[in-house]
Design a protein around this ligand. Sequence first.
Ligand SMILES: Nc1ncnc2c1ncn2[C@@H]1O[C@H](COP(=O)(O)OP(=O)(O)O)[C@@H](O)[C@H]1O
Ligand SMILES: [Mg+2]
Length: 384
Amino acid sequence: MDHVIEVSDVSKTFKIHHERHQSVKDRVLHPRSGRTELFQALDHISFTVDAGETVGILGHNGSGKSTLLKCVCGVLQPTSGVIRQRGSLAALLELGAGFQVELSGRDNVYLYGTMLGFSRKYIDRIFDDIVAFSEIEHFIDTQVKFYSSGMYVRLAFAVAVNVDPDVLVVDEVLAVGDERFQAKCIDRIKGFQEDGKAILLVTHSAEQVRTLASRAIVLESGKMIAHGDVGDSLKIFRDHLLGTAPATGSTATSAGEVHVDSVTSPSGTFDVRAGAGFHFDVHVSATRAVSGLFVLELHTRDGVLVSRSDPQANPVDLRAGVTSIGVDLPHLPLLDGIFDVNVGIYDPRGSNILAWAEKVATLQVTYGGRESGLVDLAPSVHQN
Ligand SMILES: Nc1ncnc2c1ncn2[C@@H]1O[C@H](COP(=O)(O)OP(=O)(O)O)[C@@H](O)[C@H]1O
Ligand SMILES: [Mg+2]
């Protein structure tokens, strides 16, 4: 076997138990009532990963990404199909998997390292590196149950990357923690790539897939709907965000004809005061005149979608050559923060993406008030 990971025709079915009775009393009196249904979380998945490759896995919530990673790591057994994996493997699964919350960070490093198949002596040797990378020295003897999710991920990531595995499996955890720590993790992942390790990476961030992955897989309801080139997979993933499968080969306009060139603001900056208005221009080129729908998205740095505009509300007519589209945000209801701007053009039916540009601008919002959070609710409160 040449591949580091080989997933052959893997399916995973969960048994879901539906309660027939609603009340707690009924449940106590009839514990085995209700019916059991089978739910197929993975549907005949096959792919391979070679040394030196990083494969990104994209998909909506519930599409089966975590289930797939758990099968690869051996945490779950596939219902059918075969998974083969060569060499040592370190996994950063969803929060909650891996650590014993009653134990200290220190004990967990040893436990986790041992679980990954490394000797106590070896972990002794790398312990200081792990703690230094995690940046939670002061809390290493604190029980993990008192950790924030950020601290938890820092430690888990520090163990996983410092044990020097042949295969690294990462499930969405890169979104946790501050930007600087994320950058450090991504640096370490790039180091792994240079060392020829194999990486399986689940992330919501199209940007991370684009910068890190050599190939990408898209899962939808347990099925693999795309597998291959990162750009193609991202486009298929985007198309599915619209809830419509891409019409293969039958679209009037091919994506190559429309391109988002740049986004500019009259002041040259994207610094905005909360509640103020903001204007920017999107420059789009097209090889011929074409109608479409303009879409604007704002994301937090953690990849949380703050807002996606309604495509139908913003039809645009692009001419052959460059068209500038002005976007007015009359009063930003956002509090302090950094927000990434994505823009795109959909076809007139809103079922295909003609052009899409991620992070074409970064809005820096400053706020001087006392509210906290993401948005300004501006509540009006009355005593009745
Ligand atoms: N242990 C389980 N028992 C029953 N259903 C599960 C279990 N684990 C996951 N599922 C279901 O399988 C589907 C895929 O879940 P998951 O792999 O966590 O998706 P993702 O990571 O893509 O969000 C979801 O509908 C989820 O509810
Ligand atoms: Mg998941």
